[in-house]
Design a binder for this molecule. Structure first.
Ligand code: SAM
Length: 222
């Protein structure tokens, strides 16, 4: 992965964001802090949003979709407990920022990320290319069915709201593996599940999140 020099104005804003996330207990893991520092968020937002890249808020990208709020990315990544060498599936590539953070954390591992909008696949690929990231495979398709070709996965992250986690996606998780998703209708709870030899168990659950909906065969079709 290539390190991109960061301009002073962005560095200051990034430092402030990291302080805020640490103080509010949304960033507790040094590895994730390092990922935030090495993969600056402003490289993943459209030019119109550059001034807001280090606000703790979701921002519009294209196709009426969003790059998630930094605090939410940090929370989900921390709960997912990613280890070096793992194979990860992400549903909802969007800007590619979350994929890049996962790429950083898995090191020599692999990230598969599925996105349904061609324009966003291209946007994410361009953003990832700036960092010479070569362990993220962005796939155009309906991620509500997962991505069977790359399965089974150590970790799965769904970055769009689902009313229930689609069963085909759970089938693609390894035994012992973790899956995180925002689950609910108008608002969602972040739910972290583990697949065990006895079945699926809930590890963590936190309410009051709002994500754009997961579409597709096992998502919302309206
Ligand atoms: N992880 C992204 C990032 O770092 O920028 C943010 C993801 S955004 C909150 C949710 C994404 O899920 C959108 O880009 C949307 O197009 C995508 N999405 C929704 N339903 C999908 C589906 N069935 N298959 C693939 N992508 C889907």
């Amino acid at each position: 992965m290539r390190k991109i020099p960061i301009e002073k104005k962005y560095q200051t804003a990034l430092n402030d964001l990291i302080d805020y996330l640490k103080n509010s207990r949304f960033l507790n893991d040094k590895k994730i802090e390092d990922a935030f520092r090495n993969i600056p968020r402003h490289e993943f937002v459209p030019v119109s949003e550059l001034d807001y890249a280090y606000n703790n808020e979701p921002l519009q990208i294209m196709k009426n979709q969003t790059i998630s709020q930094p605090g939410v990315v940090s929370r989900m990544t921390e709960w997912l407990d990613v280890k070096k060498g793992q194979k990860i599936l992400e549903i909802g590539t969007g800007s590619g920022w979350q994929s890049a953070i996962l790429s950083y954390l898995v090191g020599g591992g692999t990230v598969y990320s599925v996105e349904r909008h061609t324009q966003l696949v291209k946007f994410a690929e361009e953003n990832l290319k700036k960092f010479d990231i070569d362990n993220v495979h962005v796939i155009l398709g309906d991620g509500s069915v997962g991505y069977e070709k790359g399965s089974p996965y150590d970790r799965i992250i769904i970055t769009a709201a689902c009313t229930a986690i689609p069963l085909p996606i759970i089938d693609q998780l390894k035994e012992g593996g973790l899956i995180i998703a925002p689950v609910g209708n108008s608002t969602q709870s972040l739910v972290l599940l583990q697949k065990t030899f006895k079945g699926i168990i809930e590890i963590k659950n936190e309410s009051h999140y709002v994500f754009v909906p997961l579409r597709g065969k096992f998502g919302k079709n309206r």
